[in-house]
Design a protein around this ligand. Structure first.
Ligand code: TYD
Ligand code: MG
Length: 452
């Protein structure tokens, strides 16, 4: 009998009976791979044992109480207060971003009794040992297992019963039950399901490391997210030392919380006051630079925006956005032309967020506009000024959320003047040490800092 096969999209897990060049679900090209469907025919219907009977919900012990600190404040906050016992955490990121490094550091720092089992299908014991030496980790409680067969891993976990299991990485593991190659959607799905069973039934906390595809998603992402409790991403520019750990899903805490680390010679070092490092320490004050306040999760963060406006050499002006949305920049450039009369039609506009941060928040609009206007007019924005506000198509400055938190952060870092939306100012309850200026539109904002 011919084995049944199905074609699966490696990006999103879409299944089709025939091969297709383009996936109808996620529109990616050349992502279909043939996979055999495992059909269990022998035995027929299996008898199922009833192990669990329904019980009243309030007789269960609340799981939230059992949290373990990772040893890093920055990471604990992202997790919602530490690792929850028995939870399954997926950590994604580009190759070389520092996933294995950070997780090995956690293995060393994690509190609580018991061993840590580090399963790697990526690197040999020697390579991990070299990394551990570099990180200055000498810990008898960390056990290493170089294995990719999930059945063997399962047995080892059962005999060791560690407090924490690391799977590095999900894409290198395989199960005999699935005939397709490791890393394919059906393997990854099976592996995750198996690991989930292993860790949930024994209440063992597990961290799975996953690689991301070219658009920054964990391979087979949508099919995995519902299985795990928490999904974290490590972001950052490869040739830039700052790393951001972001939670995109968390059953035990709020999402969009971030933690900041710096990749140094001796591993990842947490940064507990990121605002101070994201603002460049410079004595001179060139045009085109302004500090804005953004919110990441629940935390305010001050970042510096830099704009450069120069005469276009070719007919078509260029717009380049680093760290902010390109379409937002083009929209704001159009607003500036129409509502503030800036002649940007024959100018190239480059915008950059200092420190390799990616910030996509409308509250940055006003800062983007002021930085661009400052570079265009070649007039510096005085130091000690911070600006925030969403800008609409008519050039109006609209209200933003969590204004008090942002102002307080600016106050803490010694800023003197704060440009905010007029409607936000009206609602402020507290008084602040810094000078607060409410503006209704971008022209008022430009006047307030001497750009008009
Ligand atoms: P790694 O954790 O192996 O990345 P991933 O598991 O996400 O693929 O990190 C690899 C990079 O980190 C590598 O380019 C070297 C750098 N690194 C340091 O800068 N300092 C260190 O202490 C370590 C261990 C790595
Ligand atoms: Mg690695």
């Amino acid at each position: 009998m011919k084995a049944k096969t199905v074609f699966v999209c490696n990006e999103c897990g879409y299944e089709s009976a025939k091969w297709m060049g383009k996936c109808p679900a996620c529109n990616s090209w050349n992502t279909f791979f043939e996979e055999k469907i495992s059909t269990k025919t022998e035995g027929g219907k299996k008898e199922k044992k009833v192990e669990q009977v329904p019980k009243p919900l309030n007789t269960f012990v609340g799981k939230d109480a059992k949290r373990t600190s990772t040893g890093y404040q920055e990471l604990d906050r992202v997790l919602g207060g530490g690792l929850v016992k028995g939870s399954l955490v997926l950590v994604g990121g580009e190759p070389g971003i520092g996933k294995s490094t950070l997780i090995l550091q956690i293995c060393n720092k994690i509190k609580g009794e018991g061993k840590v089992l580090y399963v790697s299908g990526e690197e040999s014991a020697e390579q991990i040992k070299l990394r551990a030496d570099r990180l200055n980790i000498q810990n008898e409680d960390i056990l290493f297992l170089g294995e990719t067969d999930i059945d063997i891993i399962d047995e080892q976990i059962e005999s060791i019963m560690p407090k924490l299991v690391i799977i590095d990485s999900m894409q290198t593991m395989y199960s005999d039950e699935i005939s397709s190659a490791p890393g394919s959607v059906s393997q990854v799905r099976e592996i995750t399901a198996r690991i989930m069973k292993i860790c949930k039934s024994r209440q063992i906390t597990t961290i799975i490391i996953g690689h991301v595809t070219k658009d920054g998603n964990i391979a087979g992402p949508r099919v995995l997210e519902h299985m795990v409790d928490t999904v974290l991403y490590i972001e950052g520019e490869r040739y830039f030392s700052y790393r951001i750990v972001r939670s995109v899903k968390n059953r035990f805490g709020s999402t969009n919380e971030i933690g900041m680390f710096e990749m140094q010679e001796e591993g990842m070092v947490e940064i507990t006051n990121p605002s101070s490092i994201l603002i460049s320490e410079r004595d001179d004050n060139p045009s085109g630079s302004i500090v804005v306040a953004t919110i990441e999760g629940t935390r305010p963060l001050l970042v510096e925006l830099q704009a450069l406006v120069t005469q276009s050499v070719f007919g078509l002006p260029r717009r380049t956005a680093n760290g902010i949305d390109y379409n937002r920049l083009t929209l704001l450039v159009a607003v500036m032309e129409k509502r503030a009369g800036l002649g940007l039609g024959n100018q190239d506009v480059y915008l950059n967020v200092v420190g390799g941060m990616k910030v996509n928040e409308p509250a940055l609009d006003l800062g983007i506009i002021l930085a661009t206007a400052s570079s265009y007019k070649n007039v510096s924005i005085p130091k000690g000024i911070i600006a925030m506000g969403e800008v609409g198509l008519t050039g109006e400055v609209r209200t933003i959320n969590m204004i008090e938190k942002r102002i307080k952060e600016a106050e803490k870092l010694g800023f003197k003047k704060c440009i905010i939306p007029e409607n936000n100012k009206k609602l402020l309850k507290e008084t602040y040490k810094l000078d607060i200026i409410g503006v209704k539109n971008i022209n008022e904002a430009m006047k307030a800092i001497g750009l008009k």
